[in-house]
Design a protein around this ligand. Structure first.
Ligand SMILES: [Zn+2]
Length: 192
């Protein structure tokens, strides 16, 4: 087949496809119009019918109203319940990311059930503390408070704190620490 014939065939196929699509759209549009006309012819009939006055015994009216009111009350109660503030979530061991050891604050991230990136902070102003490796103390550059520690080795101090954290994770004592922190957090005035 030559290139011209090929192009001609593609043009014919595209033309037929467009004709079919237009035909379908035309039929659909006709249906939409009929549905629209039918809807507006039915509305006044339903309206007039609903305006008819009928007499029903009072007991039937009450019998219909009671379940209606009951259902409405259930809906309102469910709506009010959905608006209630959600209570504090039960903490998990992964929420345990801060504690006090050697009289300073330590923060870390939990990674695969192990604390990582453990770092000391000044409990007064949350400034990261520096370790004085000569005299074995942590010092705050902001308030110049010193906190004595057992070792002058950064690695050993980190390992010691990691063991203390793991100990609390295993014994379950982490829970009271997290609960106390959540309690302190909730008593802080909201930021405005
Ligand atoms: Zn400080």
């Amino acid at each position: 087949m030559s290139k011209e014939n090929h192009n001609l065939r593609n043009t014919i196929v595209a033309g037929v496809a467009i004709a079919i699509i237009l035909g379908i759209l035309n039929v659909l549009w006709g249906w939409v119009g009929k549905l629209w006309d039918w809807f507006w012819s039915v509305v006044p009939i339903v309206w007039n019918f609903s305006l008819q006055l009928i007499a029903i015994p009072l007991w039937l009216l009450v019998a219909l109203l009671v379940p209606t009111i009951y259902v409405l009350m259930l809906v309102v109660r469910a709506w009010l319940k959905s608006r209630e503030p959600v209570g504090p979530q039960e903490p998990t061991v992964d929420d345990y990311t801060e504690d006090t050891f050697y009289a300073v604050t330590w923060r870390w991230k939990n990674w695969n059930g192990r604390p990582s990136g453990i770092g000391p902070l000044c409990p007064r102003d949350s400034t990261p503390l520096a370790l004085n490796t000569y005299d074995s103390y942590l010092v705050c550059d902001a308030c110049h408070t010193t906190y004595p520690v057992d070792t002058s080795s950064r690695e050993r101090l980190g390992e010691s704190v990691e063991r203390l954290i793991q100990g609390k994770r295993i014994s379950g004592k982490w829970r009271e620490v997290v609960l106390r922190q959540l309690e302190t957090e909730s008593r802080k005035p909201p930021i405005t």
